[in-house]
Design a protein around this ligand. Sequence first.
Ligand code: HEC
Length: 272
Amino acid sequence: MMQWRGGALMLGAALVAVSVGAQAQSGGDTIKKIEEYRQALADGNPADLWEARGEDLWKQKRGPKNVSLERCDLGKGPGVVKGAYAELPRYFADADRVMDLESRLLHCMTTQQGMTRAEALKVPFGDGEKRSDMEALSAYVAGESRGVKMNVSQAHAKERQAYALGQKLFYYRGGPHDFACATCHGEANKRIRLQDLPNLTETKDAQKAYTTWPAYRVSQGELRTMQWRLNDCFRQQRFPFLEFGSDTSVALLTFLARNANGAEFNAPAIKR
Ligand code: HEC
């Protein structure tokens, strides 16, 4: 559903015009046009609102223990947010697990702020008036890695395990259509309707895909995280619901993030 928030109205109308006009045109034109609108709006990305709310949530004393997240260690030391997202997922000794950003936030919210898992995940993905704290926090933390080169480690055995599992999952075919991620994302120039499908086995596409999430989705009027992106692709694959922070989720995120190594992180972005 389109939410008429801030700059979304103008871009939304523009995109509708583009996609209608595009039906008679080649896909290349459409993509070029969307790219132009994206650039025109780069200075007024509504994702800023999520980032600001996330920063506020990070600093607020919350939960039964009434503490902020400013002691949360995202991998670069307690409270260090700058550049943290570009190195996630990573191994955390205190949990003896590889964690992506959302798993780590969940860990800090439960262990430090004393929330239950259910409380912390009350609204995993926002929907209009139901705003997600998790998405806002993710937007804030991710934004603090803008301009930082992706640098996901494979030094720890569990990091290598997570990557190997993610790779296996990427090529694993299943569900009623016998789809793997690779079915839709393993070849160049594939598309569903007007949407270009990135070839995630290609370094350039893989880097671009990973470094542009979270993103403000114009078509939904919501900020969406990479975690959401995976959930939506699971749905397209007719797979069961992807459990938040599960080993499957962390493994796929490790695979995608590591494959983006070397590219400059540039999100929250704006997408159709
Ligand atoms: C049935 C086809 C299909 C399958 C299977 C599928 N996806 Fe997708 N994927 C899509 C579509 C459609 C998009 C959105 C493209 C758009 O909006 O421009 C997308 C987008 C993405 C993106 C974001 C790309 C970008 O540049 O923004 C990532 C990352 C991704 N998928 C990963 C996966 C992973 C990992 C799996 C397996 C768990 C998977 N997908 C399975 C169809 C699929």
